[in-house]
Design a protein around this ligand. Structure first.
Ligand SMILES: Cc1cc2nc3c(=O)[nH]c(=O)nc-3n(C[C@H](O)[C@H](O)[C@H](O)COP(=O)(O)OP(=O)(O)OC[C@H]3O[C@@H](n4cnc5c(N)ncnc54)[C@H](O)[C@@H]3O)c2cc1C
Length: 438
């Protein structure tokens, strides 16, 4: 047999094409995968020369600047999309960690928008783990403090991923008092937690969803000067708690370094979310029930807004139209019935079907919706860049091989007009049944 190494141009092409469904498998076969579904940044080529894969490091951020991918979501998702079984196996491979007698506690108060951990919450839990696990001899435990329905009312489905997010202990503070917008009651509840468990650190997401406000209130109550806008935490023996932090200051124009205080308000991407361990999520409870509080704020509930008036960058649910939409009346009707904000591909905008401010993508708006439904959009790289922060992507398309289907978490193959019509009919029927039942 000849010793000559034969090249396979097709496999090499797949190895270069990150969107190809077999990309991860072929990378692994060629020894260019770092395992756990992520592309390696460096490997040795057939002639002994070290090769670098510049694409494996980071992604383009919302402001167009290349960022380090701290979330691991893109790579994990890319790996998982091609092989659902692979993703399950990766999840099962996580090391189980139970911290029986923690040396200290790190408390995290996640925003939980829509009742689920957001990516910002997961970054924060990653930061909490960094602080808790720094001393292998005397590890701390990460305790998440949630406001919401108690354990007695059943385990919500969303809590299933808490262990994977890095939570060792869970305190659920429930009751009508802390429900909805109730900063006074929530502050009183957190003060009670502080009094009883005295966590070494309190971590809040520095976000407009509640964390920024609550964190500042708790700092004032505890008499601690908080560190806000934190994006990096590093060990520093010279600091009182052994850590130094860097945060955005001066209206976001410069970085400020200081010793890490007890109360920390951290930005998204402050740390990598937990990816290798699964934690115990043991329930913790206050020994005393929360005292009744005479609140001065009354939450009158949420105000319904017209989704059509919501800016794309703030929309949680987007129905986006591309060149594959032919029935525009049906599309607008579907967006109205589903309560979705409308988006569009550049082609739909250039063709005059949608206004320019509805364009999603590199030269349009970078969106962060929890659900993004792409109707008749092929998934050009410029469009995919604009939706990389979306939680769940649903694609409706005739072409099962298009890039949007590869990116999607759920794909529906078929004609956009008939699928949207069927969806509208189903939603309307369900609403009528609910009305009849009421
Ligand atoms: C510098 C530059 C910047 C750009 N910036 C952006 C940007 O910000 N945003 C952006 O979107 N694009 C941008 N583009 C354009 C981008 O490259 C693509 O051309 C564009 O996104 C394609 O739009 P589309 O997917 O709607 O259309 P197409 O590529 O034509 O895809 C139409 C899709 O609809 C499907 N389809 C057809 N009929 C049906 C049917 N009846 N039912 C269901 N599916 C159907 C097809 O299978 C296909 O997948 C940019 C391009 C350049 C060069």
């Amino acid at each position: 047999m000849s010793e000559i190494v034969r090249r396979d141009p097709r496999r090499e092409w797949i190895a270069r094409n990150r969107l190809h469904p077999d990309h991860e498998r072929v990378l692994a076969e060629l020894g260019q995968s770092a395992g756990h579904g992520m592309a390696a940044t460096e490997w040795m080529g057939p002639n002994g020369v070290i090769r670098k894969n510049p694409h494996a490091v980071g992604f383009i951020g919302p402001n167009g600047i290349k960022r380090i991918d701290r979330s691991g979501v893109q790579q994990a998702a890319a790996a998982g999309r091609g092989a659902g079984a692979g993703r399950k196996a990766a999840a099962d491979e996580r090391r189980q960690v139970t911290i029986e007698a923690p040396a200290f506690l790190v408390a995290v108060v996640p925003d939980m928008p829509g009742g689920r951990l957001s990516s910002h919450d997961r970054d924060l839990l990653g930061l909490a783990r960094q602080l808790a696990d720094a001393d292998g001899e005397r590890p701390g435990a990460v305790v998440a403090v949630l406001f919401g329905p108690g354990e007695g009312s059943g385990e919500p489905k969303e809590r299933a991923g808490f262990g994977e997010a890095g939570i060792d202990r869970l305190i659920v503070l429930d009751g009508d008092d802390v429900d909805g917008y109730a900063p006074e009651a929530r502050l009183a509840a957190l003060t009670a937690v502080d009094g009883e468990f005295a966590p070494r650190h309190w971590l809040f997401p520095d976000s407009k969803l509640g964390g920024a406000d609550l964190g500042r209130r708790l700092s004032a109550r505890l008499g601690e000067r908080p560190a806000a806008g934190i994006w990096q935490v590093e060990r520093d023996a010279a600091c009182a708690l052994g850590w130094r932090c860097t945060g955005r200051g001066a209206a976001g124009t410069s970085d400020i370094q200081r010793a890490l205080p007890r109360v920390v308000l951290a930005l998204a991407e402050c740390a990598e979310p937990v990816s290798e361990t699964r934690h115990a999520v043991q329930p913790l409870a206050l020994s005393q029930p929360l005292p009744p509080l005479l609140g001065r704020i009354e939450d009158l509930g949420q105000v319904a807004v017209d989704p059509a008036g919501v800016a794309l960058s703030e929309a949680e649910f987007i129905l986006s139209a591309g060149n594959g939409v032919k029935d525009w009346e049906g599309f607008h009707q579907a967006a109205k019935i589903l309560g979705a904000t409308e988006g569009a591909s550049r082609v739909a905008v250039d063709d005059g079907f949608m206004p320019r401010h509805r364009q999603v993508g590199a030269t349009g708006t970078w969106v962060t919706a929890r659900v993004y439904v792409a109707v008749g959009i092929s998934g050009a790289i410029q469009h995919l860049q604009g939706i990389q922060s979306c939680d769940k992507v649903v694609a409706i398309n005739l072409d099962p091989g298009c890039d949007m289907i590869k990116r999607a978490d759920l794909a529906v193959i078929g004609d956009s007009a008939s699928i949207l019509a069927a969806l509208v009919e189903m939603v309307q029927r369900q609403r009528e049944e609910k009305r009849d039942a009421a």
